[in-house]
Design a protein. Structure first.
Length: 95
């Protein structure tokens, strides 16, 4: 994941493309998840992140999936919250 660029373009079901900023990658239960910030000016809150599961399909292509399972979502969102708390604590100690 280190060689990925900081932005990613996703295409919705209507064929519209949206550029997201990749702000973090989480490893939870041997799966990778991308934490994305939506484009500015969209109908989302400025601090509202999107988390998608990263998988490799049968052709070796990386594909992003919505997290539909509530238990999986709980584990991933908890990991994200813990990461944010840790970063805040480190930033607070430096201040």
């Amino acid at each position: 994941m280190e060689d990925r660029e900081n932005t990613i373009v996703l295409t919705d079901e209507d064929g519209d493309e949206y550029e997201f900023t990749v702000i973090d990658v989480l490893d939870v239960d041997d799966r990778e998840y991308l934490v994305l910030l939506p484009p500015e000016g969209e109908d989302t809150e400025a601090d509202e992140a999107v988390i998608l599961r990263l998988e490799v399909d049968e052709n070796g292509e990386e594909v992003l999936y919505d997290i539909e399972d509530d238990e999986e979502w709980d584990r991933v969102s908890q990991a994200w919250e813990e990461r944010m708390e840790q970063e805040f604590d480190e930033w607070d100690e430096e201040s």
